[in-house]
Design a protein around this ligand. Structure first.
Ligand SMILES: Nc1ncnc2c1ncn2[C@@H]1O[C@H](COP(=O)(O)OP(=O)(O)OP(=O)(O)O)[C@@H](O)[C@H]1O
Ligand SMILES: [Mg+2]
Length: 244
């Protein structure tokens, strides 16, 4: 498909009309090629997630969880199969579309936070807001509002290394909330956190879901896995199955 010059308005979820699926994966495979070696990280994954659902996927190390999340988040593309996010077949578009699309539609929370090390907490939250045509002051007010929600406004001028692990993850969650995306993707978001910080992150994920965002979490955290209302799946060697 030809490159298309999309404006931010084209990518607003509201403009897509009635969204049937936040995420729809049809027979998705991802094969990594390492020289002559091939690694089948995803082997025909099917998944349907409705807007506002809370989905938890567990699985052992190397089973394909991050690979799957990266494909849903348009960071990576499937080797075969179809990937629909907000009913848009994102694999059909070029990287520049997908970059704009993910900024507007998916908030990503990483296990290792992935804050930009040279930017302050405030600047990290501002970073995904680059598509907004608002004044610097309005954008900063919005970023501070998000930092307040995760109780990090008092550390807005700190660089990542001047923050504790739990604080970095809370800033990362504020960043994931920038642009108010309808989907939040979290990759083992509590794995590196102590009890109290982990609880704050769990509470924030619940809050995002209360705001009717679809939340997809890759985790072994029992407190998330057993969360009321979660749809559970397991990932085993690239195969996704309902949790029994
Ligand atoms: N960029 C890559 N190139 C080649 N192989 C890769 C790449 N990324 C992942 N893999 C392989 O694909 C498989 C799935 O990896 P993935 O990172 O998705 O697993 P995971 O379930 O997230 O594991 P963990 O729980 O340790 O984070 C693994 O065998 C891994 O070695
Ligand atoms: Mg992983």
């Amino acid at each position: 498909m030809d490159a298309v010059d999309y404006t931010r308005e084209d990518l607003e979820a509201d403009d897509f009309g009635e969204i049937v699926h936040a995420v729809r994966l049809l027979d998705v495979c991802r094969t990594y090629k390492m020289g002559r070696k091939k690694i089948d990280a995803l082997k025909g994954v099917n998944l349907e997630v409705k807007p506002g659902e809370f989905v938890v996927i567990s699985g052992h190390s190397g089973s394909g969880k991050t690979t799957l999340l990266n494909i849903i988040g348009a960071i990576d593309t499937a080797s075969s199969g179809r990937v629909f996010v907000m009913d848009v077949p994102i694999g059909d578009y070029d990287e520049s579309f997908r970059a704009s699309f993910r900024l507007t539609n998916t908030g990503f929370i990483f296990q290792s936070y992935n804050l930009v090390s040279t930017l302050t907490a405030l600047e990290n939250v501002l970073f995904p807001m680059q598509l907004y045509e608002k004044s610097k002051k309005d954008l900063e007010d919005e970023a501070m509002r998000l930092l307040k929600i995760v109780k990090m406004d008092h550390r807005s001028d700190h660089l990542p290394w001047q923050l504790s692990s739990g604080e970095q993850q809370r800033v990362a969650i504020a960043r994931a909330m920038a642009n108010d995306p309808p989907i939040v993707l979290a990759d083992e978001p509590t794995a590196n956190l102590d009890g109290e910080s982990g609880q704050m992150v769990r509470d924030l994920l619940n809050e995002l879901n209360r705001q009717e965002k679809a939340v997809i979490v890759m985790t072994h955290d029992e407190k998330i896995v057993r969360r009321k209302g979660a749809r559970r799946f397991t990932m085993d060697d690239g195969v996704l199955s309902p949790y029994v």
